[in-house]
Ligand binder design. Sequence first.
Ligand code: HSE
Length: 409
Amino acid sequence: MVNVAVMGHGVVGSGVAEILLTHAESISRKAKEEINIKYILDLRDFEGLSYSDKFTKDFRKIADDDEVLVVAEVMGGVHPAYDYVKECLLKGKSVVTSNKELVAAKGAELLKIAQDNNVNFLFEASVGGGIPVLRPMAQCMAANEMTEISGILNGTTNFILTKMVKENLSFDTALKMAQDLGYAERNPDADVLGHDACRKICILAALGFGKHVYPEQVKATGITEITLEDVDYADKLGYVIKLIGHCAKLDNDKITAAVYPALVPKSNMLSGVNDVYNAVVVKGDATDDVMFYGKGAGKLPTASAVVADIIDCVKHLKTRKYLFWEDGDQNYVEAQENVPTRLYVRLTDADNSVAPQIKAIFGDDVKLLNNTVANEVVFITNVEVEKDLLNKVEKLQNCKVAATLHAID
Ligand code: HSE
């Protein structure tokens, strides 16, 4: 029998307990050991559960109990999760976590501590909820050099955008629905401002390219400025608006990494990823594009990934899984303004004079849509370095910029 502790009994933690208890027999068979939840750490009281006797409010009980060999951290946030996880690893316990904020902030350091102490630190649930993506990247795609990773990495915002596109619902109504369904973070700003997707692209970039990427190095733009008009323009131009996380290797030993709402062509598979579903496209030099798709948020999908990591730790108590990246450095991520991109630009054009200027400055082949809404013009540029595109937009006379968004191919 292997004793485990679960730190946190919120949405994900309660799902972990539920899966471990309801599937106890089949999980033991797969782990080749009975897995016993010895403690559940939470400051709140949970009475009347079949496992109420397992709760403790005292982290020391877990840290100081040598019988606990695997700890699942599902509390969220960096503090006190970081101190707890670090201490558990230093004491020779393997740790699994769903906490992307922690992994994005401290992943390289915690992986090193795990390596030094010959234990495992696994975090499959931190990206893509129930989608297997980190383990397939690290193991099944190990023969590849990764060159680019992109995807829809946040279930809450994808749910909101889908409701706006398909049901014409307001942003606030759709956000409330996502919160009621348990998809949103404790603070919804982390979802709607792009911070959650930013943490996930940092983790994917670190795993894919081998060096830590800190969230502070990555420009993240959320979906709060997206209007139903932009959704409609995008549709008319043959696109769907999605919140995209993207990272890629550049020629100068740096990488680009960013999160932004983008127009995605209807022919691109990411345009068909709806509701709480996430998708991650990983380009390897041998495989080319590999796509991972599934539920990116929610109690049981996320708990599924946490429990799989617990099983993996139990099966590898004396060996380390290969999962590692180096610490980051300050100049590793190129400033977003220096990266080539394509922009969607929406202008108010009081005297209907801007269309010829757009053609003259951006070229005859730009995709242009005018007079759908009185006095408005939208167009999609060709690919150029972002700051050059924005300088060109500034040259347009007698008009006002109402929105600029990225557009991908
Ligand atoms: N709030 C996150 C999301 C949860 O909506 O994707 C899963 O990481």
